[in-house]
Ligand binder design. Structure first.
Ligand code: NAD
Ligand code: LMR
Length: 329
């Protein structure tokens, strides 16, 4: 029997990331090749944005996706989020050259109080929320706090792009395929302070740390390359990453819904107090997923260097949280 369609809301649907994301969702890349979807697309109530959204929807129509069971355009989150199973909160201002992600805090924070409240009011009680719009961790925190009637665990932030960037750097360094790398993770904030950690990673059962055996490369090349990759792309393209961000969003939700079969991935999730990260902080953790639930990998040894790095990214998040205190009550 055919599966019932899942309702997926995407905000900022006429933006750069939206343009790389919607077609792949409708093609079954995110929820599975046997899972029909209904797209509920939100853009700002602005004539130009709504017109651009209509244009994107015309193109989606023209793909005649067999899994697309419906599609609607919205300018109000209260209708866009009605009964949704998945929310991809992309719509927010991106940073330009010379800006840091926290510079976006003021500009974007308000969006996530409004959208958190709308999710609280009208989304499925099991809605899975992924915040992509920057600063993603703090925006996810704001949305979570603005939706007190939804389980906090439903709110996540995207660190998968950082995870994928780290995978690709390690593949290049070791000369091994990306698919052979396991047990990699990225701790903390989606910002240059994030801590990409390959101490536990393996390739064909062998320790990646031993294979690389170069602490200076880790500190001086790997961590800055992964941490500053978003900025490097803005510098090169004049625009922030879009197709790779959309790809990471697809990976994140795919794995959350369909499971990782015991493999590690990274998700920004509300801390349960693990690794001394204060409860409720939206933090990148190593997780596995099964039956639509994620689980933090527990019991990992945190050495002095790692604790320092984790504290730096945690402190930045706590500062960001302080900056939006007035919005979350
Ligand atoms: N977490 C990550 O890894 C990651 C990666 C790349 C980009 N981003 C972030 O994703 C966001 C979107 O990037 P983009 O390149 O698609 O930007 P963009 O400017 O091309 O598109 C953003 C779209 O969002 C819309 N929008 C703004 N406010 C909205 C609201 N309240 N409701 C609905 N739609 C709204 C805008 O009209 C625009 O069409 C940015 O904040 C960017 O920094 C995050
Ligand atoms: O860095 C940015 O501002 C965009 C995005 O978060 C990225 O990591 O590419």
């Amino acid at each position: 029997m055919a599966k019932a369609p899942m309702r997926v809301a995407v905000t900022g649907a006429a933006g750069q990331i939206g343009y790389s994301l919607l077609f792949r969702i409708a093609n079954g890349d995110m929820l599975g090749k046997d899972q029909p979807v209904i797209l509920q697309l939100l853009e700002i109530p602005d004539e130009k944005a709504q017109k651009a959204l209509k244009g994107v929807m015309m193109e989606i129509d023209d793909c005649a996706f067999p899994l697309l069971a419906g599609m609607s355009a919205h300018s109000d989150p209260m209708t866009a989020f009605k009964d949704i199973d998945v929310a991809l909160l992309v719509g927010a201002r991106p940073r330009g050259p010379g800006m840091e992600r926290k510079d976006l805090l003021e500009a974007n924070a308000q969006i996530f109080t409004v959208q958190g409240k709308a999710l609280d009011a009208v989304a499925s009680r099991n809605v899975k929320v992924l915040v992509v719009g920057n600063p993603a961790n703090t925006n996810a925190y704001i949305a979570m706090k603005s939706a007190p009637n939804l389980p906090a665990k439903n709110f996540t932030a995207m660190l998968r792009l950082d995870h994928n960037r780290a995978l690709s750097q390690i593949a290049a360094k070791t000369g091994k395929p990306v698919a052979s790398i396991e047990k990699l993770c990225v701790w903390g904030n989606h910002s240059p302070t994030m801590y990409a950690d390959y101490r536990f990673a393996t390739i064909d059962g062998q320790s990646v740390k031993d294979m690389i055996n170069d602490a200076a490369w880790n500190k001086d090349t790997f961590l800055p390359t992964v941490g500053k990759r978003g900025g490097a792309i803005i510098e090169a393209r004049g625009l922030s990453s879009a197709a790779s961000a959309a790809n990471a969003a697809i990976d994140h939700v795919h794995d959350w819904v369909l499971g990782t079969n015991g493999k590690w991935t990274t998700m920004g999730i509300p801390s349960d107090g693990s690794y001394d990260i204060p409860e409720g902080t939206i933090f990148g953790f190593p997780v596995t997923t099964e039956n639509g639930e994620y689980k933090i990998i527990s019991g990992l040894a945190i050495d002095e260097f790692s604790r320092e790095r984790i504290n730096v990214t945690l402190n930045e998040l706590l500062e960001e949280r302080e900056g939006v205190k007035h919005l979350v009550g």
